[in-house]
Each structure stands twice: as structure tokens, then as C-alpha cells.
Design a binder for this molecule. Sequence first.
Ligand SMILES: O=C(O)c1cc(=O)[nH]c(=O)n1[C@@H]1O[C@H](COP(=O)(O)O)[C@@H](O)[C@H]1O
Length: 253
Amino acid sequence: MQKLIQRTETANTLLCVGLDPVGDDAQVARRLAEVIDQTSEYAAAFKPNLAFFLSRENGVQLLKETVQRIPKDIPVILDGKFGDIANTADHYARFAYDVVGADGVTVNPYMGDDAVRPFVRENKLVFVLAKTSNKSQYSMQDMALTRGGSLADGVAKVASRLDSEIGGIGLVVGATNAEAVGRLRTLCPGLWFLVPGVGAQGGDLQATLKAGLRPNGSGLLINTSRVLWQAADAGATARELVAQINQFRAVPA
Ligand SMILES: O=C(O)c1cc(=O)[nH]c(=O)n1[C@@H]1O[C@H](COP(=O)(O)O)[C@@H](O)[C@H]1O
């Protein structure tokens, strides 16, 4: 968390550069290097999505090389949406942190908090899926709990409790539903939110920032992946996104 806060403050950015590489192997290695080098200056974090690496031969090697190329002061969140019993989760955690060298992960909390705990380590970030950006998320995440609120609200409460107990927990909240961003911000005033869905999925950047920024102008990591991968000039696109985001942030005291 310290690394993330330090990076967002030093570089004055909340942009998370998503790395979802598509193309043939030679193209992909070249393009990954290009996107990382061009966007580093503007990146608060990088988020490689594991699926896009595992879908190719030598994907783990490519992922390791990708993480090694990222400047050491920028946190890397491995988006694996991991979620299994603690014994198995421990192996996913070893993969993410010890093999790949990530600073954080995304975790699916469906199996309960013992599926999340193995990812908590000193200086690591664990982003728990709460209200996702996809179209059919509501069929699960809006389900009413007998104790009140929705399943997404319940996840937010568990995440808050875990964070105060062991620290290092954030939420994944899609930018496609600004109202939900605001609701979860009310439930979890202090947590960092990883927010995908801006760009290719059509999320409303302005409404998301308005609903989710903490009063100090931080607390959100705005992710975009395809937009940067496909950009003719990824650096200029990242710079423009940071400028748009910073317009809505409170001026630091
Ligand atoms: O956990 C995620 O990062 C995630 C959660 C979510 O609710 N929605 C979502 O799109 N994502 C991921 O964020 C990235 C979005 O990519 P773009 O739509 O291309 O910006 C992909 O890697 C998704 O897997």
C-alpha cells in the first residue's frame, strides 16, 4: 500500500495501465515493451491480466519478463481473480508474489474470507471483486442478503473488516456503474478501489471519479487496457487520461 500511495503522490496519477496483450508472440513482446516504456511516466500501477499470458506458450515467462521491465517504484497488480480454499490459494499467492514478482492481486471472494487471507502479506495489495463492470454482474452481485444489503455490499463489509484486521485490502468496482461506486465508497470510506471499465466498456470516467474519489482526491485506481494497447501513441493517450482524471481531483492541501 505504501508503494502505491508513494507512486500516486510522486507521479501525481491514479491511472492503472492494464496489460491485456493480444497478437502473435513476436508482436506481443514488442508491444508490451512499447506500452510499458511509453506509459510508465503516467502509471500509478500496471495490471497484467493473467489470462492473456496463460493463453500462449511460454506465457509465464513472458509475464515474468513483463513485470521485470516495469520500473521498480510502480506497483504491479496481477489480475488473476484468484479464489480457492486457503491451501490452494496459498499456492496462487506464491505464484503471484514469488514467481511473477507482483505487488498485488485481484481475488474472487465467493468462497469467503479464508480464500482471501492467504494473499495478504506485508507490502502486498489484495483487491477483492465487489461490484464488477460486466453486464450480468447484477444477477449475482445485487442479490439481497437476509441480513440486509446486496451481496456486493456484503463483500464490501467483509473487505473492510479484513482490512482493519490484517490490512492491505482494496475493492474492485467497475466504472460502468457510478452509483455503485458511490454506494461502496460510503460503505468503505478508506479503502482503495481498483476501477476497470473506462474506455472499451464505456464506463463514465467523470461520474466514477465524482462518486468514488475520497475527499483527499485519491483512493481510486482507474484502469484501462484495450484503449492503451490499441493506441497509436500509448504515451500520449495515457497522458491525456491522467489529465482528465486530475481535473476532477481535489487540489492536495
Ligand atoms: O479485476 C479486473 O481487473 C476487472 C474487473 C471488472 O469488474 N471488470 C474488468 O474489466 N476487469 C478487468 O479489467 C480489464 C478491462 O479491460 P478494458 O475493458 O480493455 O479496459 C480486463 O483485464 C478485465 O479482465
